[in-house]
Design a protein around this ligand. Structure first.
Ligand SMILES: *Cc1c(COP(=O)(O)O)cnc(C)c1O
Length: 470
């Protein structure tokens, strides 16, 4: 199945692609005043945990092609499943019709998900899975005679996607502030960002003090709250902020006590990244609504699912003129190619015993990161499963950050490309999120290169303050 790069018919030379890119493409999360000055890295192929550029150079895909690839690129089993489905039909709709791949995938997801989640609603990407969850949560209360529950609770620094509903529950000022006037009502709960704890406490002794603010908020306002939305265990886009153990279970308990729905956004954490299939499993939590996307198809095709409990689903049942139908659906809902890829990805989990191989890789990552922690500008290292964030700071004693415009994180990642590794920072947090299939040797290399690039960039940038770098 794997084709050597040389065989790929590529009529357009790389220089022309670069030229046309600058001329015609508007890239996501990209300042084009900077982008247009550089030559873009053009990816033309992939193989296992590598992507391959237009000149045939191979790079470790250190961010899983933005957090979605699981079993590697060009995986024979997933390729075959997509090709076989393509030979039958690429897409038909779930509006008024059904199809085997969507049905089988829904059944499989219910069997894998935390117990109690019994219904699957398909959409296209992480953002739409969150839109669906928010609309379901609100309409569920509406249909139960509580339309005044029109407010959501989200965590500070949260990221749930870029459509306006997802932005409403987002909490990253840099991304979200501009759109404030367009958003629905959201209250903020404190984020468990222990390195910069607003209370100055330590995670070992704080007793989850930040979660207590949610208790207060819900005690005062539960009657107007539709749902609490959380990224379980780790707020990824905020800079890989890991929550202390017990935080998720505590949030679940508070939602149950105050009878508010809990939406778990596992768009990033789902499908093995934490070492278990879903992050919620680590604290035996069943949310009322569960959002899945990125890894759902093994990172091959855009597909998302929102899982709901029987209680949420039931609120939408009634005679047609009762107006309880969930009037929501996207054109490509339940796309057959996406569902076939997702089913194949779940097969690979079983065939390759993917989750069984995780503890050794997670431990290897933990040891390598621990060795990196002594570097002067490494302020804090946070790991959850096979995901990690390395927060670089100007002064690790005072935790003083670098100035955003200095682009230290971006410079380290640019250097990594020269060493055959692709990673992408969140401001000055270096994010490592390799495909689950990465070999231990290549995982080791990813970590070694990251450490070396930190040294190289900060040696040049901060000659006065790197005393002690080995
Ligand atoms: C990436 C992400 C989203 C948004 O997914 P898209 O597919 O980019 O719309 C939502 N929530 C979390 C936690 C994410 O990491």
């Amino acid at each position: 199945m794997t084709r050597p790069v040389d065989d790929i018919p590529e009529a357009t030379p790389p220089a022309t692609i670069a030229e046309w890119d600058r001329q015609f493409v508007w890239h996501p999360f990209t300042q084009h005043a900077l982008w247009n000055q550089r030559d873009p890295l053009i990816i033309v192929a992939g193989e296992r945990e590598f992507v391959i550029d237009a000149h045939g150079r191979r790079y470790i895909d250190g961010h899983s092609s933005l957090w979605c690839n699981l079993h590697g690129h060009n995986h024979p089993h997933i390729n075959k499943a997509i090709a076989e489905q393509l030979g039958r039909i690429a897409h038909s709709t779930l509006l008024g019709l059904t199809s085997p791949p969507a049905v089988r995938l829904a059944k499989h997801l219910v069997e894998l998900a935390p117990p109690g989640l019994t219904k699957v609603f398909f959409s296209d990407d992480g953002s739409t899975s969150v839109e669906v969850a928010c609309k379901m949560a609100y309409a569920h209360w509406h249909h139960r005679g509580q339309p005044q529950r029109d407010t959501f609770v989200a965590f500070r620094h949260a990221y749930h996607g870029d459509t306006l509903g997802a932005v409403s529950v987002g909490g990253i000022d840099l991304f979200h502030n501009v759109y404030q006037p367009l958003l629905f009502k959201t209250r903020r709960a404190d984020s468990p960002y222990c390195y910069r704890c607003e209370r100055g406490k330590s995670p070992t002794t704080c007793g989850l003090a930040c979660a207590n603010t949610l208790d207060t908020l819900l005690r005062e306002s539960a009657g107007c709250i539709a749902a609490v939305i959380i990224e379980p265990l780790i707020q990824c886009a905020a800079g890989m902020l890991t929550a202390p153990s017990g935080h998720l279970a505590r949030i679940r308990e508070l939602c149950s006590r105050h009878d508010v729905l809990l939406i778990a956004d596992e768009v990033a954490t789902g499908f093995g990244r934490t070492g278990r299939m879903f992050a919620c499993e680590h604290e035996a939590v069943t949310p009322d609504l569960l959002c899945l996307s990125k890894g759902l198809t093994g990172g091959y095709l855009p597909l998302a699912a929102t899982l709901a409990t029987e209680r949420v689903y039931d609120a939408f049942l009634g005679p047609i003129d009762a107006g309880k139908t969930f009037y929501h659906g996207h054109t490509f809902t339940g796309n057959a190619l996406g569902c076939a890829a997702a089913l194949a990805s779940l097969d690979v989990f079983e065939q390759d015993r993917t989750l069984d191989a995780m503890p050794a890789k997670i431990e290897l990552m933990r040891r390598a990161l621990a060795a990196m922690a002594t570097r002067p500008h490494v302020g804090n290292i946070r790991q959850c499963g096979l995901m990690a964030g390395i927060e670089l700071v100007r002064n690790s004693g005072t935790r003083e950050p670098f100035v955003y415009g200095e682009q230290i994180g971006a410079k380290v990642c640019a250097r990594a490309v020269a060493h055959g590794v692709i990673i992408r920072p969140l401001a000055d947090v270096l994010v490592l999120m390799p495909p689950l299939c990465i070999t231990e040797a290549n995982l080791e290399r990813l970590l070694t290169v990251t450490g070396r690039c930190i040294d190289e960039v900060l040696n040049e940038q901060q000659p006065a303050s790197v005393d002690g770098l080995e």
